[in-house]
Write a protein that binds this ligand. Structure first.
Ligand code: BGC
Length: 747
């Protein structure tokens, strides 16, 4: 492997060194590396300028705004026949061979839009579940799969790539995002985007930026210093953009230091377009505009314009451009940027064809593999897992496990053919009610457990009556409790308990049967007051279209779990930077999140932790997690040794010291600089090892992870840098210290 000090090359090296299965990233137009993808964007930008020069004044406000082509959106214009029901539609310009943009939500599969399309799609596990694989190839394969289904349904823009760092485990969209760490999130989202765009369609990365909670999401003001933002959330986006070269960035609803995400000169014009030199277009989140001047502050396209107060980037933009050269220049640049994304991905040369065939069996395999790689074994006492196939009686309890697996709500909701197996509404008086239901995807864990243990008597009780569940547990050799914590876009969790009395259910079942296994299907971290009473716990997240078989495969040991937590499970809410979730007690839950009064204000104070998100906050404060970032057990054991760091190249050897084949996730952390404690993940690799096998792994360290953002650039102080490898952020091996020269550089 070649090591290089150049910034983007350094980070690429980690991607190239990814597991044997990893393919080179494919970006726009099938480009085979992030650099080639960036070059494709540059070339496309030149061609785009030539097209803009041919546009009439009227044509110049066609690509700058779109609609939400859904019948339940009130006061909308007529929906053109070519618009596929989905999140967005922007007409094309046939005279210039510019295709219409047909947009679907697609982080976890092609979205279901409340059942308006009955065509079904393959649901991947949630974002956090995929990220728990720590394997960019899982994300790339998932993205490629979603992109192929999107093409078959007639979509050519996918609203994917959720990259916001998990600053609060109660955030209702934690399930859609990837991790609390900028390196992990950036590398994984880049892989997902390159997979999507390998289908000659555009992917977004979203929600730019610092969209850290759903409460008051349309007006909450995320307060943070520039250096902390550059070293955390912005760095995750920066790495993701370098790796994946998305055609579009979706700006967020919230404010960032007093300016809305889609009206933010700093994040859009200065950081994204000037410093990162990114050439694609910024689309708004739906209903996120504040006015025409958003165009001057970096917004290029108004999405779902019926949700805004006016179609500002239509006639008002045309009028402003006729009078004001600043608006005229911006309008041309907006067109150039939209066309750059179209040309770079080859969307114009590879038209999508609605009605295409989908191989659901093959795509289901992709979802199942992602679920298996992302399931995290949290506890396993006395070899309680894997379960013996010879078990005689198994009591399955709770979580609708007889029918399916839980999924997250909101715009990312995916359903297979036939829709959900069970759907529990949570709101009824909103046009978006169908997006806000607890939906269980059709993949029964119970059925899969029966298939694994065909000779066992497998019983099911739904868990509503604790005494009944206890009775079943007493009669069984094993009790498996499925516990769910639903999460959705638009609502945060008030705390991290399991709702509807499930904590009491688990405690009672575990007291009745010492062989109690808990399977968690949660959007993110939960508290586990019953933990010590259980024999084993697995975190299966929202496991997607084939969640049932994936869970059963882990329970019975066909799959050796290798997932690791991409987010800290805190021991207590008191340990969080904000023990109280801003606005959660004063504001009524509201999916679209508009201010209750025009002058309503709310701040989320991210200056508390700054860039020390998650495990870094715990390292700074000395808090110990319930389960730390990076944690995950296996049915085998691993040892890592020989960590060496030379310049920005790290290497170490990982050995499978147990009896089964399994996947290790090597993690290398910076632990101090100049003798001052400072923890940061600087490298990771997932590697499959046979029993007794060992492998030397090399990782290039991105210098930005060693640096501070000061004076408009990165700065690495000269001095000592100490590193350690570990099985998670709290369990680290011997420290290796090297001296590094000081240096400063610009993005
Ligand atoms: C969400 C976006 C989504 C858009 C279109 C918004 O409410 O925040 O993630 O892409 O809707 O459905």
């Amino acid at each position: 492997m070649k090591h290089s000090l150049s910034l983007s090359a350094a980070i690429v090296a980690i991607a190239i060194a990814a597991p044997a299965a990893a393919k080179p990233a494919a970006g726009p137009a099938g480009a085979t590396s992030p650099q080639a993808a960036a070059a494709a964007m540059d070339a496309a930008s030149t061609r785009a300028a030539q097209t803009v020069a041919k546009m009439t004044v009227d044509e110049k406000t066609v690509l700058t705004h779109g609609i939400m082509p859904l019948p339940f959106v009130e006061n909308g214009p007529p929906i053109p026949a070519e618009a596929v029901p989905g999140a967005g539609y922007v007409p094309g310009i046939p005279r210039l061979a510019i295709p219409a943009l047909t947009e679907s939500d697609a982080s976890l599969g092609v979205a279901y839009v409340g059942g308006l399309r009955k065509d079904g799609a393959t649901g991947l596990p949630s974002g956090v579940a995929q990220a728990a694989s720590w394997n960019p190839e899982v994300l790339r394969s998932g993205g490629a799969m979603i992109g192929s289904e999107a093409r078959a349904k007639g979509f050519n823009v996918l609203l994917a790539g959720g990259t916001n760092l998990m600053r609060d485990p109660r955030n209702g969209r934690t399930f859609e995002y990837l991790s609390e760490d900028p390196l992990l999130s950036g590398m994984l989202v880049g892989a997902a985007i390159s997979g999507i765009q390998s289908n000659h369609i555009i992917s977004t990365i979203k929600h730019y930026a610092l969209n850290g909670q759903e409460t008051a999401r349309q007006f909450v003001d995320s307060r943070i210093s520039e250096s902390a933002a550059r070293e955390s959330d912005l760095l995750a986006f920066q790495i993701g953009i370098e790796q994946g070269q998305p055609g579009s960035v979706m700006c967020s609803y919230n404010q960032i230091n007093g300016h809305h995400g889609c009206d933010n000169d700093w994040t859009l014009n200065q950081v994204l377009k000037r410093d990162w030199r990114w050439k694609g277009f910024v689309m708004s989140d739906w209903g996120a505009l504040t006015g025409l001047d958003n165009a001057l502050h970096g917004l290029d396209q108004q999405s779902g314009a019926q949700l805004d107060k006016a179609v500002w980037l239509g006639e008002p933009l045309k009028d402003a451009a006729a009078k004001d050269p600043a608006y005229a220049a911006r309008r041309d640049d907006m067109n150039r940027r939209v066309l750059t994304a179209i040309y770079a991905t080859g969307l114009d040369r590879n038209p999508v064809a609605p009605g295409g065939k989908i191989d659901f069996a093959k795509n289901g395999d992709v979802a199942e593999e992602a679920a298996k790689q992302g399931i995290v074994l949290l506890r396993n006492t006395d070899g309680a897992l894997p379960l013996a196939k010879s078990a005689k009686r198994i009591a399955v309890i709770g979580g609708y496990a007889d029918g399916g697996v839980l999924s997250g709500g909101g715009s990312s909701q995916v359903q297979g053919e036939g829709g959900p197996v069970a759907s529990i509404p949570v709101v009824s008086d909103s046009p978006f009610a169908a997006l806000m239901a607890q939906n269980f995807q059709r993949s029964s864990p119970m059925k899969a457990i029966k298939a694994q243990a065909p000779n066992a008597v497998v019983t099911f009780r739904d868990g509503r009556y604790i005494a009944e569940a206890v009775e079943q547990a007493k009669q069984a050799d094993v009790a498996i409790v499925f516990a769910t914590q639903w999460a959705t876009e638009g609502l945060d969790q008030p705390d991290l308990s399991l709702p509807n009395g499930q904590d009491a259910l688990i405690a009672a079942v575990a007291a009745a049967n010492p062989h109690t296994i808990v399977v968690l299907e949660t959007g993110g971290p939960v508290m586990m007051p019953w933990l010590d009473k259980t024999a084993a716990v697995i975190e299966a997240w929202f496991p997607g279209a084939r969640g049932g078989p994936a869970i059963a495969s882990v329970l019975f040991g066909e799959t050796n779990p290798g997932g690791h937590l991409p987010i800290t499970f805190p021991a207590s809410l008191a340990d969080l930077p904000r023990p109280h979730l801003d606005g959660s007690d004063t504001l009524e839950p509201n999916f679209m999140g508009g201010p209750p009064t025009p002058d309503a204000k709310l701040s989320a104070d991210y200056t508390v932790e700054g860039s020390d998100v998650g495990y870094r906050w715990n390292a700074r404060t000395g808090h110990k997690a319930l389960f730390p970032f990076g944690f995950g057990l296996s049915y085998t054991s691993f040892a890592s040794s020989g960590l060496a760091v030379a310049g920005t190249a790290a290497s170490l050897t990982v050995k499978n010291t147990g009896q089964r084949a399994g996947a290790a996730v090597a993690q290398v952390y910076l632990v101090s600089r100049g003798g001052k404690a400072s923890q940061r993940l600087v490298g990771f690799r997932r590697v499959e090892l046979a029993p007794g096998a060992s492998q030397k792994l090399s990782m290039a360290i991105d210098p930005r992870l060693l640096a501070d953002w000061t004076n408009d650039g990165w700065s690495m102080p000269a001095g000592s840098y100490s590193f350690a490898s570990g099985s998670d952020a709290e369990h680290l091996g011997p420290v290796v210290t090297v001296r590094m020269p000081g240096k400063t550089w610009k993005d």
